[in-house]
Design a protein around this ligand. Sequence first.
Ligand code: PMP
Length: 399
Amino acid sequence: MDSIALEKIVTAANYDPLPVVLREAKGVWVTDVHGKRYLDMMSAYSAVSLGHAHPRILKAMMEQASKLAVTSRAYHTELLGPFLKRLVEITGLDMALPMNTGAEAVETAIKAARRWGYRFKDIPQDRAEIIVAANNFHGRTTTIVGFSSDESYREDFGPFDGGFRAVPFGDAQAVADAITPHTCAILIEPIQGEAGIVVPPEGYLRELRALCDRQNVLLILDEVQSGLGRTGRWFAHEHEGIRPDGLILGKALGGGVYPVSAFVSTREVMSVFNPGSHGSTFGGNPLAARIGSEALAIIQDEGLVERSAEMGRYMKDRLRAIRSNIVTDVRGKGLWVGVEIDPTVASARVICDALLAEGVLSKDTHGTVLRFAPPLTITRDEIDWGMERVERVFSRAVH
Ligand code: PMP
């Protein structure tokens, strides 16, 4: 039986993968079971920002796995401190709490924000409110899908927690109007990823920062996908020169091989946790800490943040130069680009399948947006290789 048929029998249909069975990968190139090569323009939703099988990550992983991999946090290790110290240096915040997946780090942020609200703002017990954005994506736990505006994420999974208010993304006035004395935090993605790489108007984050300062509300940014160089800065919020009170990181922090996430915050926010109040068996283990430290060092040593800005400009220029009547918008920052497809002419999924046939891995979103997020290590020649194929598919779709 082939792999696709077997998967269909033994796993739930909670995904709809492209019809390809991948076998191995190195750098930006992925090979399927038939030996066909693809350019990875998706990077597992930014988890593989360093490229596949980065030699330094592999070395660190193998060394640490054979030395001391998993201890739980019942004991101290030599590696957690240096990893988190580097994280707080890079973010300009004070402390960090390690987790595994993005959703777990978001849950950590929600717990921290609510406790902060009760302990530092005297919000009456069980009345804390968090303002979120419409079309957000923060993960798949029941709490998180409870405040999603996408009904397909929520359908028949309730009842859901209260305590969240959604307002339109990119509209600071809507946030101002939604703040009440019970608001403890605003939780948003600085650029919405799963919504289709939606960039808010210039000044939005600065306005939110000012609003939070005035109203004594925490600004918490989910940079699970936008962080660690993806947008051409270490963090997307740096484009607006602001600093959040809490920052959620994941994906690329695991070097493309392991789930590593973290909630990073001010000392005051982190002070709400006491022994027993939160945790994870695997979060912050020696293997995770070693890989996380190595991933941060690679981004620094290889200049991947600057590279993302430069290659991102080049890729967007190439995409914008393609003459095609299916494209209505090319947007994004750094190597994180969304291409809006005119749904009356073609579906993004059909274009995605056509790109796959040409040897390019991309991902469609909501039927109308194609996303390109290659490893930050991609070269100009590799972008050229990909863009030639994208051009072929886009212009073939012209009719
Ligand atoms: N936050 C954002 C902004 C994301 O893009 C994602 C995943 N796409 C998550 C959180 C959830 O991360 P994970 O799948 O690792 O739980």
